[in-house]
Structure formats: C-alpha cells, structure tokens
Design a binder for this molecule. Structure first.
Ligand code: COS
Length: 381
C-alpha cells in the first residue's frame, strides 16, 4: 500500500468543519472555562450535533466509523481551539477503544447505544494513586461472585470520570499475577457504590474534568467483562497504542496555534522603529516552530496511517506522542518569549498553550514511558 497523505474531499470537509467549530464555538469560551475550571457541556452537545464526538464508533453501531487519520485531522483543529476541551472528546475515544478492541457484538450494541443516541462521554480508568507508569501493579480488586464482580479500590486522574455514561475499569483478580491477573470491565453510570470526586487545582487543561473514582463493593455484571479474565492488560496496552496518536494530533494543534499567534504578534509589534518580525532573533524562533510543527504533523499522519492499515504501530504512536508534545511545549514557550511581558498574562492566549500542553507530555504514558517503548522496539528488531 503506497503512503499517500493527500486528503480526500470528505477529509477536507471534516477538517473545515472542525476548524470552523474551533474558531466559532471553542475559542470564544476557552479562557472563561479555563479560569472557572469547568466543563463546557454545551460544547459536548454541539460536538455531538455536528458529528465530532465518539467518531470511532462504527456505523453498524450507530456511529460514524471515522478512521484514525480522520480523528487526527479533526483533533488538530479542535486542539488549536483549546487542548483542554479537545481532551474531553479525545478521552471519550480512549474509553470507547477497549470496547472496540475486545467487546462482543452484544456489548458493542449495548454500550455504544448509550454513546450515540445523545451527547454522552466514555472514560478509561487505569491509573491509580499508587501506580501510573507501572500499569500492571493494579490494586483495584475485582472478585467474582456468581454472575457479577465485586469491585473495590480507587482510580485517579480519570478524564470524564464524573460525566461518563460508560467507564472501562481495569482491575486485578490476583495482584501477584501482575499483568496476567488484570481484567477490563465496563462500569455504567449510576451503579451503586461508585463515587467520582472532581480533582481541582490543575495547572492546565482546566476545561476538562479530571476525577478520582472510588469503588466500594460495586457490583458489575459478569456480562460487562471485556474479553476473558487476564486479558485486561493487553486490552489496555493495545488501546493506548492507538490512542497516543490523537494525543500527538492535539500537540500539533497547540504548536500551530503557538506559531499563528506568534506570527501575528511579531508582525504587529514594533521595536526600535520596525516590526519585531524583521529581526532575525524572532525569525529564527518562527522557523524553529515551523520545523517542529511540520515534522510532527507528518509523522503523526504516518502513525495514523499505520494504525488504519492495521500494521504494527506501537513504536510509531510513541514517537509521535513524545515528539509532538515536546515540540509543542517548546513552541508554546517560544510564543511566550516572542510576546514578551504580554505573553505572561492570561489576557493573551499563549501562556495557556504552555500550561495545557504540559499534560501531553504526561498523560497516556509519560514521555519517559514512550522512550522505553521505542527502545524496546529498537532492541527487539
Ligand atoms: N502493546 C501490546 N502488548 C504489549 C505492549 C504494547 N504496547 N506492551 C507490553 N505488552 C505485552 C507484552 O508483550 C507482554 O505480553 P506477554 O505476557 O504475552 O509476554 C505483556 O504485555 C506484559 O508486558 P511487559 O512485561 O513488557 O510489561 P511491563 O510491566 O514491563 O510494562 C509498559 C510495560 C511500561 C510499557 C506499560 O506498563 C505501560 O504502557 N505503562 C504506561 C501506562 C500508561 O500509559 N498509563 C496512562 C494511562 S491513560 S492516561
């Protein structure tokens, strides 16, 4: 299959739709929701309305069945508007993916219906207070009792955890067995014994909701188990292999915003009698930002292409995720520098870019974990 990144007419329309959505719906409210640390639910409703929410659900289950490349194209646009708001949609795709990978036909019908018939979110609950990077060291316990599991434990840093209709929870049936004891199961909203506590005081991405989830004797039907007992760890890994690509796309969106804001400002702002864009010190910064942006976008498209072809792509997803989040962080940092004192103020949009994109270096596996995955790939080939 030749590599061809030219966009189809449908993809160009999708891109234009997401670009317009970001400019008209997201940018005008982004800083308000950042300041309030609140989720703009009206945006979730509008995303659902225009077809930019839960896009990975196949058509046969009432969704749009968009490809990874489609998601990357729209993700860049939404994150250009606000990375925190894009995270709400991105984390919902993260919650859908384990069901796509390991759910039975009956489970897909049952859970995807909840996510397509109205504006609704999914979530993915893997991290715990005592373990994030070491994903096999789970402490949340699932105990089989007849036709259900009894779930006890605590999860943390769970995006959409308080809003989600369905949450894929990873737990252990035997901690000594490490990854071989992990199970993945779907928790439905309103199940007794489950509490979601919103975490406050985030540095960035404050328009997305991050939660601690507490399970106290939560009864989950055995019919909600994804795959077999012991499959959970592989389901989580195979999910993250895919969903790290949209994190890269979000970073590309932030890097593009940093470059656009900087270019505009540099042409307007004068120093020593001429626009600062006339100075090589500024031009070099813009050129560096452009180099990072273009290479990150191209590689992200490549990782998405591998994913859509069903080719091995875990290493490429890690490269894209780590690289794009790092060039985006640097682009945001340089955007503040170009804006000088104004860049340090909330009134201008660039300081938020830096606060928001810092998280892209941490969630869905820290960039150190991405390097570990890349190194394992090199050493095993
Ligand atoms: N894709 C598919 N399978 C994978 C995999 C991947 N990326 N990584 C590991 N596996 C498989 C291994 O092949 C192995 O399978 P076998 O039992 O058949 O041999 C099994 O999973 C266990 O692998 P391993 O021993 O390498 O696991 P480790 O405990 O060393 O952990 C890392 C592997 C560090 C890669 C994993 O814990 C990880 O990704 N951590 C980050 C978690 C994360 O991203 N958290 C964010 C949560 S969402 S915000």
């Amino acid at each position: 299959m030749p590599i061809d990144f030219s966009l189809t007419d449908e993809q160009k329309q999708l891109q234009a739709l997401a670009r317009r959505f970001a400019r008209e719906q997201i940018i005008p409210i982004a800083s308000e929701y950042d300041a309030k640390e609140e989720i703009p639910w009206q945006i979730v409703e509008k995303l659902h309305q225009v077809g930019l929410l839960n896009t990975g659900i196949p058509e046969e289950y009432g969704g749009l069945g968009l490809s990874m490349l489609d998601e990357v194209i729209t993700g860049e646009e939404l994150a250009f508007g606000c990375m925190g708001i894009y995270t709400i949609a991105m984390a919902s795709e993260l919650g859908i993916t384990p069901i796509l990978i390991a759910g039975s036909d009956e489970q897909k019908k049952r859970f995807f219906k909840k996510l397509t018939e109205k504006p609704a979110l999914a979530a993915f609950a893997l991290s715990e207070p005592g373990n994030g990077s070491d994903a096999a060291a789970l402490r949340t316990r699932a105990l089989r009792e007849g036709d259900h599991y009894l779930l006890n434990g605590t999860k943390t840093w769970i995006t959409n955890g308080g809003e989600a209709e369905v949450i894929v929870v990873f737990a252990t049936i035997n901690p000594e067995a490490r990854h071989k004891g992990v199970v993945a199961m779907v928790l439905e909203k309103g199940t007794p014994g489950f509490k979601a506590n919103k975490l406050h005081g985030k540095m960035g991405q404050r328009a997305s909701g991050t939660y601690e989830l507490v399970f106290e004797d939560v009864r989950i039907p055995a019919a909600n188990l994804l795959g077999a007992e012991g499959d959970g760890f592989k389901i989580a890994m195979n999910t993250l292999n895919k969903t790290r690509v949209p994190v890269a796309a979000g970073s590309v969106g932030v890097a593009r915003r940093a470059l656009e804001e900087s270019t505009k400002y540099a042409k307007e702002r004068e120093a020593f009698g001429k626009p600062v864009s006339d100075y090589q010190a500024i031009q070099f910064k813009l050129a560096e930002m452009f180099m990072g942006l273009e290479t990150a976008r191209t590689y992200t498209y490549y990782a998405a292409w591998l994913t859509d072809q069903g080719l091995p792509q875990a290493h490429a997803a890690s490269v894209a995720k780590a690289y794009a989040s790092e060039i985006a962080f640097e682009a945001a940092n340089q955007a503040i520098q170009i804006h000088g004192g104004y860049g340090y103020m909330h009134e201008y949009p660039v300081e938020k870019l830096l606060r928001d994109v810092k998280l892209n270096q941490i969630y869905e596996g820290t960039n150190e974990i991405q390097r570990l995955i890349i190194a394992r790939h090199i050493l095993s080939s």
